[in-house]
Design a protein around this ligand. Structure first.
Ligand code: ZN
Length: 342
């Protein structure tokens, strides 16, 4: 079994060994640096963290002292830390209610470059030199998910092509035959529709990356059995710059994008960290984000940390399967759909 390629990537990006204590110390130093930037450049963070001593955050146990950001904070004035002309990409998300303001997420060129870097290493789990990945996910805009994959994969000697907007499952056999796809990138709702097609058309597909929605275990099994391929799952959302974590060949939890994200699992009511194995709310702090630093952002996704080591050989803890959304009392509600695809 091949160790997740994220371990070598993390070691190269952070300069520390990919083991839990070394990585935690590196992340805390990056968090302090992120807070210095946020306090200096974002009036939202300066207001919210006035009087808070960010330099006192030394170990993961200190994180609970740092206030969480709510999803509604994405519409707060002054969150953007750069001028508009330094913003390369804006993603508009629908509000959770019918009358609430829309949320906008901003990314600078360097923020997008970090996403490209993660996409390349994450995809190298299942994709290698000479491979062609066919992207079925929606999002055809410049710097959208399909475009990011097309830009990232040449870094690992592969390429990605998006199916044309408005494609139908009936057109897929011709598209697959023409593109000779080795890898498919698709959302679970798309995969379940494709299971109705003749399995022979997927004969050349060696691996599938499932993204944008939770992947039911039964669907993974059905796709693997029908097409004779391996299905890998990805976790992420627009707020994490799309990429977040990807399974390794053990397919037992997501190896996380820890060079760019500090991911916590906490009790949704109190924000206190939970031990490995316990399901809570996933919080995300973006490390090194220039345009819109997020600090302990409440994703609303439920999840748990899996203790290391992973069967692939990595010593790092992973993120367990995301079973859906989490309410303040800890109850799990409907799965998130369609995130991270624009
Ligand atoms: Zn692994």
């Amino acid at each position: 079994m091949r160790t997740s390629p994220l371990d070598a990537w993390l070691a190269a990006k952070t300069g520390v060994a990919p083991d839990p204590p070394a990585l935690a110390a590196w992340q805390m130093a990056e968090l302090r640096r992120t807070l210095r930037w946020a306090l200096k450049a974002s009036s939202f963070h300066a207001r919210r963290l006035a009087g808070f001593d960010g330099e006192s955050l030394r170990s993961p146990a200190d994180l609970a002292r740092l206030p969480r950001m709510e999803s509604a904070d994405l519409t707060a004035p002054g969150l953007l830390a750069l001028s508009q002309d330094e913003v390369k990409r804006v993603v508009t998300l629908p509000s959770s209610g019918t009358s609430g303001p829309v949320k906008r997420l901003y990314f600078s060129e360097s923020d997008l470059a970090r996403t490209l870097d993660f996409f390349a290493v994450g995809m190298s789990t299942l994709c290698g030199p000479g491979d062609m990945a066919l992207v079925l996910l929606p999002g055809r805009r410049a710097w959208g998910v399909a475009d990011l994959l097309a830009r990232a994969l040449p870094e690992i000697g592969a390429r990605a092509v998006a199916v044309p907007e408005g494609w139908t499952p009936e057109a897929l056999p011709d598209i697959l035959a023409a593109q000779k796809a080795d890898v498919l990138v698709a959302a679970p709702t798309q995969l379940s529709r494709l299971l109705a097609l003749r399995a022979e058309i997927f004969r050349g597909v060696r691996a599938v990356l499932s993204s944008a929605e939770p992947l039911p275990a039964s669907l993974r099994r059905d796709v693997q059995d029908a097409w004779g391929c391996d299905v890998y799952d990805h976790w992420g959302m627009t707020e994490t710059g799309f990429g977040g974590g990807v399974e390794c060949s053990a397919r037992n939890g997501y190896h996380l994008r820890e060079a760019d994200l500090l991911v916590e699992v906490v009790h949704p009511a109190t924000g206190e960290p939970l031990p490995p194995g316990e399901i809570g709310e996933i919080l995300v702090t973006t490390l090194g984000e220039r345009a819109m630093p997020l600090v302990r952002y409440r994703t609303g996704d439920a999840g748990s940390r899996l203790p290391g080591p992973c069967p692939c050989g990595s010593a790092l803890p992973r993120l367990g399967r995301v079973p859906g959304r989490i309410a303040p009392d800890g109850s799990i509600t409907q799965p998130r759909k369609g995130g991270g695809t624009t």
